[in-house]
Design a protein around this ligand. Structure first.
Ligand SMILES: *[C@@H]1O[C@H](CO)[C@@H](O)[C@H](O)[C@H]1NC(C)=O
Ligand SMILES: *[C@@H]1O[C@H](CO)[C@@H](O)[C@H](O)[C@H]1NC(C)=O
Ligand SMILES: *[C@@H]1O[C@H](CO)[C@@H](O)[C@H](O)[C@H]1NC(C)=O
Ligand SMILES: *[C@@H]1O[C@H](CO)[C@@H](O)[C@H](O)[C@H]1NC(C)=O
Length: 466
């Protein structure tokens, strides 16, 4: 932003004329020099920080392991059934893509995207090393041996109990197409909650915010929509505060709901919903900054832009401050994190249950301006990278004790059977220069690269955990 100011100054310089100009030129040149000096020291400061994180990255064995990638070579099977060459000529069939195969319930490749129970990680078999690995896309079981139901969710680390809580949509009901609008859905059951001491074994804590079965006018009536619940803790009030997308079956209500609890494992009391800042709100997340200020980020204006604004001190409402970001860019599924004073965000495009390309963004101030860094996905193959590994972002969790390392949490939606949607967790690392050169950066790496590395399986070392 400093460069923008500088350009404005040189424009002033060009406008001047006459003899008084010489003094002006001298003063402006001096100012310009000072500005450049300032800019240079700023760049050098950034470069030093960048060097430090590189040093950390290269010296930590876990970093190197997390940065490896797997490649995927998937052959699309030939279409079933014979077609006459003449018919072929008359109506050339569009080539099937991996995304078509992913969305096709009958596809022969189904097992690649949605592997069966046999290959699931089984917490009871934890004497075998393999059981400690995350297998993105496989069925993940809780400590009772049941598939985890925490879709579109996020993790809270509770400092009081030193326990991780994973909240998400509990979708263990039948998937059906709404006869009114054709939208594929599961009735609201509630918000599921799982606890863990190691981010790997998850105990089912039950449904911490339940649907309303009979009260048809209630926001949480099962015929409505509850998506993307996220929980943060408020130190001042001692309450756990949940924010979530609340909608009607037609997605016309476009609101955001709030619930609170005295304990992380609920039950949460539902307080109500609103259109924040008077605007539509669909996909959303909340982010709590180091200074205790929390923010709501939501897709608005028919999903064409994101809005971001701080919450009140009790985290129960928005304030009047709001900024519009990525206007006209149609992004959703926002997930935020912060590293070395810089804010980062991953978003997806808007293509319903179908996967699309993720983008990483960065900002020096959380309210913006936000710059787009590019697609963070590395490995798999080109289609994997262009589809966020066939998943959609939901949350980014900082790895305790390993600065610059995060768990990227995403949902692989199974639109044929939403309860069987899978979790794609992958290492996300902030290091190295951003690959898209940005405006006004003088070729210096002012932003770091955000990378999400594809692994068929990967694990966390016990070292460095809290
Ligand atoms: C588990 O890992 C250790 C050390 O990496 C190795 O010695 C052992 O053979 C492994 N066990 C199995 C069952 O793979
Ligand atoms: C149904 O829900 C509405 C909205 O929350 C509430 O005002 C009303 O009291 C509820 N009715 C019953 C019978 O609980
Ligand atoms: C949804 O839209 C359909 C068709 O426009 C309409 O019949 C129905 O009443 C709407 N439902 C809700 C909950 O708004
Ligand atoms: C939330 O704040 C808005 C103004 O920013 C106010 O109009 C509204 O009543 C507040 N809602 C609650 C539940 O306090």
């Amino acid at each position: 932003m400093r460069m923008r100011n500088k350009q404005r100054k040189s424009a002033t310089l060009r406008c001047c004329g006459g003899s008084r100009c010489l003094t002006s030129v001298a003063i402006w040149s001096l100012l310009g020099c000072l500005l450049l000096l300032n800019l240079f020291s700023n760049v050098r400061h950034k470069a030093t920080e960048y060097g430090e994180s590189q040093l950390l990255a290269s010296h930590h064995p876990l970093f190197r392991e997390l940065q490896q990638v797997d490649e995927e070579n998937i052959q699309i099977p030939p279409p079933r059934g014979k077609r006459s060459p003449r018919a072929e000529k008359r109506r050339p069939k569009r080539a099937t893509t991996l995304v078509d195969e992913f969305l096709n319930e009958e596809s022969q490749l189904r097992h690649i995207f949605f592997p069966g129970q046999e290959s699931a990680i089984d917490p009871k078999k934890n004497n075998e090393n393999d059981s400690y690995y995350y297998h993105p896309g496989r069925i993940w079981l809780d400590t009772d041996g049941n598939p985890i139901q925490a879709h579109g969710g996020g993790i809270l680390f509770d400092k009081i109990s030193r326990t991780y809580y994973w909240y998400g949509e509990y979708k263990d009901g039948p998937t059906y197409q709404s006869p009114q609008n054709g939208i594929t859905r599961v009735d609201i059951i509630g918000v599921g909650c799982y606890s863990s001491k190691d981010l790997w074994t998850w105990k089912n804590e039950g449904i911490v915010l339940a649907a309303q079965e009979t009260n048809e006018t209630h926001d949480l009536h099962k015929s409505n929509v509850l998506e993307r619940p996220k929980v943060i803790y408020n130190e001042k009030t001692g309450k756990y505060v949940m924010w979530m997308h609340i909608d009607d079956a037609n997605y016309t209500k476009a609101a955001v709901g709030v619930a609170i609890s005295d304990t992380p494992d609920g039950p949460f009391d539902y307080l109500g919903c609103q259109r924040p800042h008077g605007c539509e709100s669909r996909d959303m997340t909340i982010f709590k900054d180091d200074d205790g200020v929390a923010y709501l980020i939501y897709s608005s204006e028919d999903n064409s832009e994101l809005h971001i604004g701080p919450l009140t001190e009790d985290y129960l409402n928005v304030t009047s401050v709001m900024r519009r970001i990525f206007v006209g860019q149609r992004r959703e599924a926002p997930a935020l994190f912060k590293h070395r004073g810089t804010y980062y965000m991953i978003t997806s495009g808007c293509t319903g249950w179908a996967p699309n390309e993720a983008l990483a963004h960065a900002a020096e101030s959380i309210l913006g301006p936000w710059e787009t860094l590019g697609n963070p996905c590395i490995g798999g193959n080109k289609v994997f990278q262009q589809t966020t590994f066939f998943s959609q972002s939901t949350f980014i969790f900082p790895l305790p004790g390993l600065p610059g390392s995060f768990i990227f949490m995403a949902d692989r939606w199974n639109s044929a059977d939403l309860r069987d949607s899978r979790y794609v967790w992958l290492p996300l690392i902030v290091a190295g220069p951003a690959d898209r050169p940005l405006e006004f950066n003088f070729e210096f790496a002012l932003w770091s690269r955000v990378s999400i590395y594809w692994h068929r399986k990967w694990r966390l070392s016990r070292v460095g955990w809290v």
